[in-house]
Ligand binder design. Structure first.
Ligand code: PMP
Length: 373
């Protein structure tokens, strides 16, 4: 098809049309360069300006202080599952022998912990697996356990938005001073964060910040400074801090698109508070409908922790789910199939999904319910 659809993919995901248009327009020739972004040195003046601007935009959007480095790393968020424990608690890390505490509120946190235990003593201090990851610890969900952190914990890891289950923390867990490490892959830049509450934040770009190929890491430099040179060079945060993310050839195209996306956020919204307001409005359109039709559309997440980014819900039967998906396609609504571990439908409505796309989905859901309920 030649016409763009409303693409609800969980990632890689929808990008802002003005960004795609700029990529297209500059594909043969970056202004003033005479070659494309794909063809120029990562050490030349043109790319230096792009990566510095991407970092400056992120610092501006999130108000990041100089105590923190902003890094562009390859290997996806999954490499961070390993790099975090290697640098914090592994035998060559900054606190060898100490432990890591994990809040497991969905599939990604579970996988992060599975990797971390290969490096050092890490454990779950909260796990909502028994209810198929539909909730958060207290105080976010009343009646749930309050995590008890280990005396020797060097960090607490959590996943602020579980992409598959559509479960999101509305704020930061309280850790009593233990550095907080956050996998923000699927809601990065969807709201303003107080970065000073974190030791480290990581986010692969391919949901809210750009294309696949780059992962943004915001790390408080003093927490990792004493990691040893015996770590594999690429896996040592200090390598990337000292080399301004240019130790080896970085994913230049992906960083270029991150620069464009962050510029689009600044030019369109001015601040992440405005971005958040827009996201809350979009998500409300869908959650209001779930609440209106609980017998037909059953939301996965408990109401206190519904994600503004990934809206996961089920229909009354597999047949209706299949009919919903194929009918959606005919309305130009694609990639709505839920992850197999949750089933049903998942609508990912990241920053770049226009409100018109969510309204079209909502209207389709109303019609579908009226026809089949
Ligand atoms: N964490 C979360 C929350 C994710 O959504 C994803 C990707 N779906 C990952 C980690 C893994 O990211 P990557 O594929 O870049 O390794």
């Amino acid at each position: 098809p030649q016409q763009r659809v409303y693409n609800f993919s969980a990632g890689p995901a929808v990008l802002p049309v003005p960004v795609l248009e700029q990529v297209r327009d500059e594909m043969l020739c970056l202004p003033g360069v005479g070659a494309s972004i794909l063809e120029i040195s990562h050490r030349g003046a043109a790319f230096t300006q792009i990566i510095e601007s991407a970092e400056a935009n992120l610092r501006k959007l999130l108000d990041i202080s100089d105590d923190y480095a902003v890094l562009f790393i390859q290997g996806g968020s999954r490499l961070q599952f390993s790099m975090v424990p290697m640098n914090f608690i592994g035998e060559h890390g900054a606190n060898p022998g100490k432990s890591g505490d994990y809040l497991i509120t969905g599939s990604w946190g579970k996988q992060a912990l599975e990797e971390a235990v290969k490096v050092g003593p890490c454990r779950a201090v909260y796990n909502s697996k028994a209810t198929n990851f539909d909730r958060l610890p207290a105080p976010f969900c009343a009646g749930e356990a309050t995590p008890q952190y280990s005396d020797d914990a060097a960090f607490v890891h959590y996943t602020c938005n579980e992409t598959i289950q559509g479960v999101q923390f509305p704020g930061e867990p309280e850790t009593g001073g233990i550095p907080l490490v956050c996998d923000a892959s699927s809601d990065f830049l969807h709201r303003k964060l107080d970065v000073s509450k974190y030791g480290l934040i990581y986010a692969c770009a391919q949901k809210n910040a750009g294309p696949a190929g780059v992962t943004i890491v915001i790390v408080k430099k003093d927490l990792v400074a004493s990691a040893s040179d015996s770590l594999p060079v690429y896996c040592n945060y200090n390598t990337h801090i000292e080399a301004n993310s240019l130790n080896n050839t970085p994913p230049t195209f992906a960083i270029y698109v991150v620069q464009l996306v962050t510029q689009w956020l600044l030019d369109t919204y001015g601040s992440l508070d405005a971005v958040h307001k827009n996201n809350a409005q979009k998500a409300k359109l869908l959650y209001d409908l779930l609440d209106e039709s609980p017998d037909f559309y059953q939301g996965h997440a408990q109401p206190e922790c519904r994600s503004l980014m990934n809206v996961a819900f089920r229909l009354p039967s597999e047949d209706l789910t299949a009919a919903f998906l194929s009918g959606g396609k005919q309305h130009g609504l694609t990639d709505l199939k839920g992850h197999r571990s949750v089933g049903g439908i998942r609508a990912s409505i990241y920053n770049a999904m226009p409100i018109a796309g969510v309204e079209t989905l909502r209207d389709y859901m109303v019609d579908f319910r009226n026809q089949h309920a």
